[in-house]
Design a protein around this ligand. Structure first.
Ligand code: IMP
Ligand code: MG
Length: 173
């Protein structure tokens, strides 16, 4: 059973707010958005349409969950960036910060490639679930523990096509 958590309107509002703060911080500078596949593809596509800065996008895929529910803390890069990020303003676009392990590994890895700036923009934040210290620079909506789907976010690859964000009730997991 799916229980609605955020409507499309609430998501749009949060995305617009994030886009406005990014625009404000970067003036007219160029930004390279690094979309973490697959969960962030819908978020990225809405976010960049609200940002007027000269922008480029690249994609990275890491696997940590498989179809299981909890992060194992082992992150494998299954698709690396195609762009050289040295000297660029880079914003990592992530769907959810949960334990923080994924972003910690990715951030450490990308810092070694010497970007000019490296920021994190996350749509959802499960603050209570952190295992390592990790703060997003731009964070959309705070949520409690619980498994969410929709707006690009999946459970076993399903539900990415939902326009809103729902909680999957425990008994149906
Ligand atoms: P972390 O490494 O524990 O922070 O995991 C972050 C990743 O776990 C996110 O990019 C999501 O892909 C996945 N994830 C965390 N919570 C959920 C959820 O509630 N639904 C679907 N995927 C989730
Ligand atoms: Mg993910």
């Amino acid at each position: 059973m799916l229980k609605p958590l955020f409507t499309k309107e609430e998501i749009d509002c949060a995305v617009k707010r994030l886009a406005d703060s990014i625009e404000k911080d970067f003036d007219d500078e160029e930004i390279l958005f690094v979309c973490l596949l697959k969960g962030s593809f819908m978020f990225l596509s809405d976010l960049i349409r609200s940002i007027k800065n000269p922008s480029r996008v690249d994609f990275m895929r890491v696997s940590s969950y498989g179809s299981a529910m909890k992060s194992k803390g082992e992150i494998t890069i299954t698709k690396d960036l195609e762009e050289d990020i040295e000297g660029k303003n880079v914003i990592i676009v992530e769907d959810i910060i949960d334990s923080g392990l994924t972003l910690k590994v990715i951030k450490e890895m990308l810092i070694k490639r010497r970007p000019k700036t490296l920021k994190i923009c996350a749509l959802l934040d499960k603050k209570a679930c952190r295992v390592v210290e990790m703060e997003g620079d731009y964070v959309g909506l705070a949520i409690d523990d619980g498994f969410v789907v929709g707006y690009g976010i999946d459970y076993a690859e399903y539900y990415r096509n939902l326009p809103n964000i729902c909680i999957v009730e425990e008994d149906s997991l």
